[in-house]
Design a protein around this ligand. Structure first.
Ligand code: GCO
Length: 465
């Protein structure tokens, strides 16, 4: 039988700085908008903050050892801009940058590929306070300056980069619903922030390609649900198509072809800012690969007057839901990957996040028999392999998350980890899902004649491979 995943497939797990690092006030780190958000009463469940989180900042050697035990080939983590440049601009804080230097070295020694996200939502608060953060037209340039500092320091060892994590979530949580930092509720501003996030992505990609280390692969992490119509009418199908174009296409289209989807332009009009000719140029072809974060899908119907896109989500009470209330829809992963590959051809694909929160119960020893998470991951890996069989050039998969961590406004109440973190003692215990994932990786490697971790080549625009 042909192996479901090819040799050189990158098997990883992901985290993000604010969710795991802790050490919020150490070595010159300044507060980010997420520190301010979490420290504002009422914003997070139980007032939880990332002050300590998993203390990954101090415990990273132990965490890398755990990754090695699982047999991970790659670790996706994010760099905190507030550590590297506490004021958001020069000067550079060498202690903060040094942390990532040590982490990357430690990963390389363990034969684990570092997969680095530059921005996972934690803008230095100084930039928010002084200029309105992503609403300011110059922020994209500041972001590229910061990115350049990181390329310069880590680019000799890091071959896979992501600029922005999930612009959709930043806009939705940060500017539509105010559930996330910076906690603004003004959709018109959300479209401006989203626009500047993509400009920041484009400028950082240009900086990377021009840099002395710019030979790896760079992209941004696109999150999207797929959407299915609840009726088989033409209007229902059109509503589902609009839902996907308005989700995946909102940010995917600019990064591929330099413009928003025409259906969004037609329906949102002036709410969507225009890219300048220079921005368009820089955006076009700014993904060396497609990085996809997937958790759930939607079931929708055409709904006149339900916002400019005129569709409505219909609850699916009969489906299994995770602790975050998201329906479990593995086929949506396959269908989303097929949709993306059709719309953005020629790009290799990495699933950069996929996972589920379930109410784990731990024994006194911290052991967790999380069969629900195993079932979720198994079904999604199966969907991913079916997408491959359908022509998607899938090259890697990252489970979200390596560790239980701070789930943003849900605080520590939602556990996504392959590894349990006891938030009192900070003790780590590999869950049943972690052991299961280690087996999946081992079996996949042995089916491919024992290809070792760390041999994967970075890709650029589907050219190599
Ligand atoms: C996101 C982020 C992660 C989350 C994860 C679970 O997708 O929201 O990238 O930081 O923790 O997705 O919600």
């Amino acid at each position: 039988m042909k192996p479901a995943f090819p040799s050189g497939f990158l098997w990883g797990a992901a985290t993000a700085a604010y969710q795991v690092e802790g050490a919020a006030a150490e070595d010159g780190r300044s507060p980010s908008i997420w520190d301010v958000f979490c420290h504002t009463p009422g914003n997070t469940l139980c007032g939880d903050t990332g002050d300590t989180a998993c203390d990954h900042y101090h415990r990273f050697p132990e965490d890398v050892e755990l990754m090695r035990t699982l047999g991970l080939g790659a670790y996706r983590f994010s760099v905190s801009w507030s550590r590297v440049m506490p004021s958001g601009t020069e000067p550079i804080n060498s202690a903060g940058l040094g942390f990532y230097d040590k982490l990357v070295d430690c990963l390389c020694e363990a034969g684990i590929e570092p997969f680095v996200t530059l921005y996972h939502w934690d803008l230095p608060n100084a930039l928010q306070a002084s200029s309105g953060g992503w609403l300011h037209a110059d922020l994209p340039r500041r972001f590229a300056d910061y990115a350049n500092v990181v390329f310069d320091r880590l680019g000799d060892r890091v071959r896979f980069w992501l600029t922005i994590n999930e612009p959709w979530c930043i806009v939705d949580g940060g500017y539509f619903t105010a559930q996330h930092a910076p906690g603004i509720e003004d959709p018109a501003l959300g479209y401006v922030a989203g626009h500047n996030l993509m400009r920041g992505h484009a400028y950082a990609v240009a900086a990377y390609r021009a840099s002395r280390h710019g030979t790896g692969a760079i992209s941004f992490a696109l999150n999207s649900n797929f959407a299915y119509p609840v009726s088989d009418s033409a209007a229902g199908q059109a509503a589902a198509d609009r839902a996907v174009e308005g989700f995946a296409g909102w940010f995917g289209d600019p990064a591929y072809r330099g413009e928003y989807p025409s259906v969004m332009r037609a329906r949102l009009g002036n709410l969507l800012p225009e890219f300048s000719e220079e921005d368009r140029e820089l955006l076009r072809g700014s993904m060396d690969y497609l990085a996809v974060n997937y958790y759930t899908s939607d079931f929708v119907r055409h709904a006149v007057g339900a916002g400019p896109m005129e569709y409505e989500r219909i609850p699916q009470p009969d489906r299994l839901h995770t602790e975050t209330g998201w329906a479990v829809v593995p086929d949506g992963l396959r269908d989303l990957l097929l949709w993306l590959t059709k719309r953005y051809p020629e790009l290799p694909v990495y699933i950069t996040e996929n996972g589920a929160a379930f109410a784990d119960t731990a024994t006194d020893d911290g052991e967790v028999d999380d069969q629900a998470r195993i079932a979720y991951l198994r079904a999604h890996l199966d969907a991913a392999s079916r997408a491959r069989a359908g022509g998607v050039d899938l090259r890697g998969y990252f489970a979200w998350s390596l560790l239980d961590n701070l789930e943003w406004s849900h605080g520590f109440s939602k556990r996504f980890g392959l590894i349990r973190c006891d938030f009192e003692t900070l003790e780590r215990t590999i869950k049943a899902s972690g052991h299961w994932y280690a087996d999946v990786i081992r079996n996949a490697r042995s089916q491919n004649h024992g290809i070792e971790a760390g041999t994967e080549q970075p890709v650029r625009g589907g050219v190599s491979g």
